[in-house]
Design a binder for this molecule. Structure first.
Ligand code: MV4
Length: 503
């Protein structure tokens, strides 16, 4: 195992990696920008080095500077986390060329999966099912018309260089083809500097299900099962779970074998994820591969018992995976809510300021992967994700109840967060029935964000106000100890109000 690892990231994922390192007896070097001088990851690491001003381009994206720091401080390896430099082929190569170990896939595997059309071509060549369609760029509208006729409407125009839904247009009828093609080309050109667009059959109402894989350097590659990631808004995931209600053991095995085949075809080593669309009839289609550790990795850890970050470090250090595919069976249910500094009731407007008070949930089956503490300044330089709240329980219903309970325990003051929005989500009947697909959240958004005050809300607010006023008068708070039956008839609002007031 390494003696020292540099973590080229910040926030919750930097802390997550520091914790894995320390459990393995590995010393850690953090890097930080001026904005993060007082951040928890800087304090928790054994050493920390300032690499520049707040903007990422002048700090966390300065690969050469980070490699210099690693060498100067005697780190043998670099873990990139997610985002920032994690999927930059040139950085993976530069780390290797500097004589350091890259805790991630080989630069060649990043390249093989980097272009969406290259990944699609690789998939087709290896019997990995993809959505029916072409891969070559469309020449003109006439060609588009021919291909659309062949596959039948609706079709989806996609940017060849694409990602994140940019340069994507659904076309439902031939009369809209020309204008949609122009629009997709324009958007692709603006976003990627390449106006190549190709055609896929449009899949209606699919789920986004992804398979976590991990591979060692000796040709062993395992599927760690699926994550259900359909609850997303504008391509930002909000809730993830493992397993998926839509995946049977038979389907899990088929998708797992497919993901492993795709990974092996790319010469993959380390942790990675194959993204699929899963349609209403249980057919799955490979979309792309994420060649990094993902935000939502904890739900997989909780249902498999496998510490993904530790195993990333172990396989990077040359260890062999000791698991057999047959032994990897998901146990129970895990759910993750991404806690962001966004005001859901105001169009998810980013919120900034100082975290003036923070109370974290705890108790059975609760995990908090956070990057903030009381006093943290939340600005606009980085991603609004502050933390992940993750729960495990024996089944899905219990996991939803547990997440609801944990969210009620969570208090973040000083900034707006997505906490209340997640509470409403956990209460939603369709979500509770597992009736979710990639468009579900955006359809449901209005009813989730404009919560009509219930009849007893004003009364609950009055109770809270009275309790707070009482506290502020410094007379001590009079707690009426409610017995079980009284608490049940109180209703949820009163219980919340009482709790908030007493805090
Ligand atoms: C699709 C699709 C439906 N049919 N392809 C969006 C981003 C990208 N990487 C792939 N995406 C999609 N491709 C076909 N043929 C629907 C989406 C899609 C989506 C996919 C995964 C997660 C969220 C999504 C949200 C909107 C659309």
């Amino acid at each position: 195992m390494f003696e020292k690892v540099l973590i080229a990231n910040r926030g919750e994922i930097a802390l997550r990696i520091i914790r894995a390192c320390h459990e393995l007896g590995v010393r850690t070097v953090a890097v930080f920008s001026d904005a993060d001088a007082h951040s928890p990851h800087v304090r928790e690491a054994d050493e920390a080095v300032n690499i520049g001003p707040a903007p990422s381009r002048e700090s966390y994206l300065l690969g050469e500077r980070i490699i210099e720091v690693a060498k100067r401080y005697g780190a043998q390896a670099i873990h990139p986390g997610y985002g920032f430099l994690s999927e930059r082929e040139w950085f993976a190569r530069a780390v290797r060329d500097a004589g350091l170990i890259w805790v991630g896939p080989p630069a060649e595997a990043i390249a093989a999966m980097g272009s969406k059309t290259a990944a699609r071509t690789l998939a087709v060549a290896n019997d990995v099912p993809v959505v029916p369609g072409t891969t070559e760029a469309l020449r003109d509208v006439a060609a588009a018309r021919e291909i659309a006729k062949q596959y039948g409407y609706p079709i989806l125009l996609k940017a060849a260089a694409g990602g994140g839904g940019k340069g994507m247009r659904v076309v439902r009828a031939e009369k809209d083809l020309e204008s949609s093609l122009d629009a997709a080309r324009r958007e692709a050109k603006n976003a990627f500097g390449d106006d190549a667009v190709y055609v896929e059959k449009y899949i209606e109402g699919p789920r986004h299900v992804e398979i976590q894989i991990i591979a060692d350097q000796y040709g062993n590659c395992l599927s760690l099962g699926e994550r259900e990631c359909s609850v997303q808004r504008r391509h930002q995931k909000m809730v993830e779970e493992a397993p998926s209600v839509a995946v049977s053991p038979v389907l899990r095995r088929a998708m797992g074998e497919t993901a492993v085949r795709a990974a092996k075809a790319a010469g993959y080593v380390n942790a990675g994820t194959c993204e699929f669309l899963l349609d209403k009839d249980g057919r799955f289609y490979f979309l792309e591969m994420n060649t990094r550790l993902q935000v939502e990795h904890p739900v997989t850890e909780l249902v498999t018992g496998i510490d993904l970050v530790q195993w990333q470090l172990r396989v990077a250090a040359g260890e062999k995976l000791p698991f057999k595919q047959d032994e990897i069976v998901p146990k129970g249910w895990a759910i993750e809510c991404r806690i962001t500094s966004e005001d859901a009731s105001n169009g998810f407007l980013p919120s900034t300021g100082r975290v003036s008070y923070l109370h974290l949930p705890a108790g059975p089956g609760v995990r908090w992967d956070g990057g903030i503490e009381a006093g943290s300044e939340i600005g606009l330089h980085y991603d609004p994700m502050l933390a992940k709240l993750i729960v495990w329980a024996p089944d899905r219903d219990l996991a939803i109840e547990r997440m609801h309970r944990a969210l009620l325990e969570l208090t973040i003051e000083g900034i707006e967060t997505s906490r209340d929005f997640h509470l409403r989500l956990m209460e939603d009947d369709e979500f509770r029935r597992g009736e979710i697909e990639i468009q579900w959240l955006e359809r449901r958004l209005d009813s989730l964000t404009s919560v009509k005050p219930r009849a007893d809300t004003a009364r609950a607010a009055a109770i809270a106000a009275a309790l707070l006023a009482d506290r502020d008068r410094n007379r001590g708070v009079v707690v009426t100890r409610s017995n079980g039956s009284a608490a049940a008839s109180d209703g949820a609002w009163q219980r919340v109000a009482r709790l908030e007031g007493l805090r």
